[in-house]
Design a protein around this ligand. Structure first.
Ligand code: NAD
Length: 335
């Protein structure tokens, strides 16, 4: 018997999580929801996912577009073991999931306080075992946790200072920006540092952020003062052993996020997603025990495998984090 997973909100994250669940042998998609009869609703049907309206009021719009609807979110919840809330932030579905007695996973747009448990597989898988409500942290926080946690384990971290250079919008989004400006986040620290601490509470981290006119990736410039003595090679060796971290190299023609996305296209995953965090190998430098590095984040996809591991932990499908990570990676073709 496989675990029955429902997706509420078949958008940027929801459609990717649905595909990732469908690739696993211990879970299945029993339905996805949307509010509007968009091309994504039609694609959900084409992909073979049972389709549900987010609410009764939207059913007539789907029917008018000849999109077959199996029922509403409430009908879907009755059949599900767990619901993946992939709706925009603050949509407020948690009371409904509680009413139906269903476990739920929320996304990084929500505040930590919604669930009291923020998740990153490598950093705190064990905390989510058997939990009812979990928030998978945002794409930026996922990137920071993935590369900082193994460093903290291997060498200890005195402090971290990181600058988030954030994409202005997702590629499909023609309304957001900036289009021709650089916009600093004037609140200091930016929310990213405290968000990392929701997963790694003892980490001394400060972050600032700027938004730039690009849609394809975020880039982080990170400075880490290590506790134990380490060389550049020690750090590289540590990340070499870390799942979901991928080295890229300027001398092999990858000098910018544009070439990373070209590599992702060549790797041939669906939607050209890059689930790994890309670190420039030739940008890693340890000087006087201070580590400098750059990493790039494919915002639409790095959180997807984390959602799968969160399901396994919460529903007691696997108690060993590395086994879950390996299983997820194998099914999704992640190195
Ligand atoms: P999206 O707008 O692409 O998709 C949201 C989906 O939710 C849509 O399909 C919409 O039909 C549905 N929906 C259900 N109830 C809704 C309601 N009440 N109002 C509006 N839409 C409703 O959003 P997304 O980018 O997938 O973001 C979902 C969550 O994932 C957010 O918490 C976001 O912060 C987080 N996240 C997004 C990204 C990213 O790059 N897009 C990365 C990491 C995390």
């Amino acid at each position: 018997m496989t675990l029955k997973v429902a997706i509420n909100g078949y958008g940027t994250i929801g459609k990717r999580v649905a595909d990732a669940v469908a690739l696993q042998d211990d879970m299945e998609i029993i339905g996805v929801t949307k509010r509007r009869p968009t091309f994504e609703a039609k694609m959900a049907i084409k992909n073979g996912f049972p389709f549900y309206a987010a609410d009764q009021e939207f059913v007539k719009d789907f029917e008018a577009e000849k999109i077959p609807v199996q029922g509403t979110l409430k009908d879907l919840l009755k059949k599900a073991d767990i619901v993946m809330d992939c709706t925009p932030k603050k949509c407020g579905y948690k009371p409904m999931y509680e009413e139906f007695g269903k476990k739920a996973i929320f996304q990084g747009g929500e505040k930590h306080e919604l669930t009291g448990l923020s998740f990153n597989a490598i950093a705190n898988y064990d905390k989510a075992i058997g939990a009812d409500y979990v928030r998978v942290v945002s794409c930026n926080t996922t990137g920071l946790c993935r590369t900082l946690y193994p460093l903290d384990e291997a060498f200890g971290i005195e402090n971290v200072t990181a600058v988030m250079i954030r994409r202005g919008a997702d590629p499909w989004d023609s309304k957001s920006g900036p289009i021709n400006a650089i916009e600093p986040v004037l609140k200091v620290p930016s929310h990213h540092g405290p968000d990392v601490q929701s997963v790694m509470p003892n980490l001394n981290i400060q972050t600032t952020a700027v938004k730039v006119p690009t849609t394809i990736m975020h880039l982080h410039s990170i400075v880490v003062r290590l506790k134990d003595k380490a060389t550049t090679e020690d750090v590289v060796e540590t990340w070499d052993k870390t799942p979901r971290v991928k080295f890229v190299c300027a001398k092999h023609g990858i000098k910018s996020t544009a070439q990373i996305m070209e590599l992702a296209k060549d790797l041939g995953k669906k939607r050209s997603d890059l689930f790994e965090i890309a670190i420039w190998r030739d940008g890693v430098h340890v000087v006087d025990n201070v580590l400098y590095y750059y990493q790039a984040i494919h915002q639409e996809s790095d959180v997807v495998p984390e959602n799968i591991d969160a399901i396994r932990a919460m529903c007691n499908l696997e108690s060993d984090k590395m086994k879950s990570i390996e299983k997820t990676n194998k099914a999704m073709g992640i190195e």
